[in-house]
Design a protein around this ligand. Structure first.
Ligand code: ADP
Length: 164
């Protein structure tokens, strides 16, 4: 079955990530959303919680609760995870030119490490192109309204803002 992995920190998952998941799920019958346990970035929530929130968000946002989409936690190389779950593709999102530099470097590196595994990019939806998890964390920290940036599953965990 054509399978892709979508790796990321998802701290927290945003509407931009959800949009990429929905579009990738329309292409790949099996999509594995892979939550990085130890990220290079400082994370606010542990991987268990980040994965649980994604599961809830998928159940609420996607038809049939995200049938065909799995959520796993992982550590190590994305290509090793891809091999383990039988994926031939890695999905990533591109927002702006600034993403391109690091994403192209990562895609080339992964191709060298695992020539059989290719990276597929989805352009961020126009309305979500400005969104990042770090922006959400910063706004939420100061009690700002992030309800137009994240799914209800994330909002429910923010004491500062109540769901609409
Ligand atoms: P990472 O730490 O691996 O960059 P992120 O959770 O920040 O993890 O992002 C995972 C992937 O989702 C990356 O490819 C990133 O470019 C993409 N992404 C992040 N925000 C958005 C968005 N608003 N729209 C589309 N793609 C996004």
């Amino acid at each position: 079955m054509p399978t892709a992995v979508y790796p990321g920190s998802f701290d927290p998952i945003t509407l931009g990530h959800l949009d990429v998941i929905a579009r990738a799920a329309g292409v790949f019958p099996r999509l594995v959303v892979a939550v990085l346990v130890n990220t290079r970035k400082p994370v606010q929530r542990d991987a268990d919680e980040r994965a649980a929130v994604i599961g809830e968000a998928l159940a609420e946002a996607m038809p049939h609760g995200g049938h065909g989409v799995e959520v796993v936690k992982f550590d190590g190389l994305t290509v090793d995870l891809a091999r383990r779950v039988g994926a031939d593709f890695i999905v990533r999102g591109l927002r702006a030119v600034s993403d391109f530099e690091s994403e192209s470097q990562m895609a080339h590196t992964n191709r060298k490490l695992a020539p059989g595994i290719d990276t597929i990019f989805f352009m961020a939806a126009l309305e979500h192109a400005y969104l990042s998890s770090s922006l959400v964390r910063e706004i939420a920290l100061f009690g700002g309204d992030v309800s137009h940036m994240v799914p209800p599953a994330v909002l429910r965990r923010l004491p500062q803002v109540s769901p609409a």
